[in-house]
Write a protein that binds this ligand. Structure first.
Ligand code: SF4
Length: 219
């Protein structure tokens, strides 16, 4: 076996172990954004840019009450939406994107959230990451791996990728994990990143991945 083939085999083995252990540790890992349908998840995901999911969950009940459908949001006054979402940050841009997204849903998709990456990623405020969240969590379609800050950080620490660009990280992750687990993988890495492998102060001493993690700190 050549050196690079051996290294690739070691990474694939590590990926298998990591997935197995994280599944066992976080059997309830799921999307942390409160939502009842694809429209609500799309709105919440747009709001989650540069903001915590907990903060988004504080804002969305009032927003969904006032704008329960894409049709209603498409006709919204931007200042009213801004006031409702202000605490999530970047609220002017987010309000503009939310209304623009809702108008696109109404004009091109009969007010429904589309089911394909190509249709989703051209909506205002929606890129590949948001589209992956919607496809995986609202429709059960494992089109890709959602790469957020936790997934970026843990993928580097676990040496699944050398990249820092989200789409390149996603391309490195996809062949390492079963297709059916792509959506779950990102939930698992996010849970572990929030609870144990915390940015700047990872709890390596109590980490279940310690023996297989190339970045484990000495205790
Ligand atoms: S061993 Fe440390 S660096 Fe590696 S995943 Fe666990 S907490 Fe993170």
């Amino acid at each position: 076996m050549s050196r690079s083939t051996a290294a690739a085999a070691a990474i694939a083995d590590r990926a298998k172990t990591v997935l197995k252990r994280l599944k066992r540790a976080y059997p309830d890992a799921t999307c942390a954004l409160d939502h009842r349908n694809a429209y609500e998840l799309l709105v919440a995901t747009i709001l989650s840019a540069q903001c915590t999911d907990a903060r988004v969950n504080m804002v969305t009940p009032a927003l969904f009450e006032r704008y329960p459908t894409a049709q209603r949001l498409a006709r919204a006054d931007q200042a009213d939406v801004e006031a409702l979402i202000k605490s999530t940050g970047f609220f002017r841009n987010k309000a503009k994107n939310l209304i623009g997204m809702a108008r696109a849903l109404v004009e091109k998709h009969g007010g429904e959230v589309p089911h394909t990456m190509d249709e989703l990623r051209v909506l205002p405020g929606v890129g590949r990451k948001t589209a992956n969240v919607i496809l995986g969590n609202a429709f059960g379609l494992n089109e890709g791996v959602t790469v957020d800050t936790h997934v970026t950080r843990l993928s580097g620490l676990l040496d699944f990728t050398k990249h820092t660009d989200a789409e390149k990280i996603e391309r490195d992750l996809m062949p390492l994990f079963p297709h059916r687990d792509w959506t779950l993988l990102s939930h698992l890495l996010i849970f572990h990143g929030r609870q144990v492998c915390i940015a700047r102060r990872p709890k390596c001493a109590e980490c279940i991945l310690r023996d297989v993690c190339p970045s484990a700190l000495e205790s």
